[in-house]
Design a protein. Sequence first.
Length: 446
Amino acid sequence: MNGRAVFSNRRIALIAVTIAALPCCTTASGRQKQDGTGLRAGVARVDITPEKPVTMAGYAGRKGLSNGVHDPLSARVVFFEDGDRRLVVVSTDLIGFYGGTAEYLRKAILEEVKLQPSELLLTAIHTHSGPSLTIDKQKGHKNNLEYTGTLKDRLIRAIRSASDAMAPVSMGAGTGYCPIGANRRELRFDRSPNGSIVLGRSPYGPTDKQVQVVKLAKRDGTTVAVMFDYATHGTCLGGGNVTISGDVIGLAEQFVEKIIGGGSIAPAFAGASGNIDPWFRVLPGFNEEPGWIPEPVLLGTVLGEEVVHVFRGIKAVSTSGRIRSAFEMLNLPGKPTDGAAADKPPQSASLALTVARVGNIAFVGMGAEVLTEIGMAIKSASPYEHTLVITHCNGAAGYLAPEHLYVEGGYEIRSSPFGPKAADMVVKRAVKILHDLQDSETSVAR
Ligand SMILES: [Zn+2]
């Protein structure tokens, strides 16, 4: 099916913000406090589909501008509040915040919404079929410069709308599994007799198959948000594609919203997916042969159906959720640049680490492309019942790879700004902060 709409025909409208208006009083379970305290939240979704042709992010070789839209891009906001503590989680159908745009957007949001640095998780699903963000007036395309400025305004409006919709909620979580992510570090022997690691498919390589799902509902049980986290790149579509799309994760979000309905939103996060591609990868476009299900749609549907399966199985919910958060800019060992003398001390490289918890659900946001082994290490050492590892969060420092992969090399290692010891330091620091954010007053009902 051809669901495309060319730019010239796209409806140019005022920003459509979907707000799930939540009631201010309920007749919920006995755990609920009668005065309306306890966990509160508001949600909002805003359309961020480019209205003009734009340069697209993710493949250096792709030239020219986008020529249409397969599926719309959105930003989705969940604004948590517990007493005077707040946590704003923003999921965007974008590649990430490169070229200083993380700092640009975060500064504007923190100032306008009056948040502390640790209270904002600004994240992207890493679709490679979305616009490039830029604030570079010399090199950036004018349409992308305009898009990035508009995005800032839309994000602030959406966060304000979520804040305005604040009301008591209950929250629960569950875990499922999905096989669509494939380790992409393939050992091939076509370039040297000893073989080399290239971007491809390593079907027996490690992947994190967990699909983590967080359900947020009104106190009358009506679902307002289904957050989910899964580790895959948004690279089912390759550099030959010039049509705007959320790729696998974006299509999964749209599937979940369509199935669950009722105006609920499905903000997604890319887990530790630095070395994980979708099973079908870097395809030239949406295959429209009769009878064929385009691969991004197929894989997005498989992921979306698992999210819905898990969502429908979540029974235990809590109406309390203590919020704590911390933000650190980690200074990590960097790699010497090519050609540097061997005795020259390695440069350092920084990484934004944001750790937060809402009740017994934790979020570890990293401003980098984190390889999947690192995410699994953090999850397995976390003291929380559910720990969502989120990449492309609050920064864009490049690849962060575990030390043992530096021996075999490959694309992620070559392009990483970090030295081999950096990943362990990040894992240890994230786990330490997760413990620090615990306290004796945790009162999550199960
Ligand atoms: Zn990537």
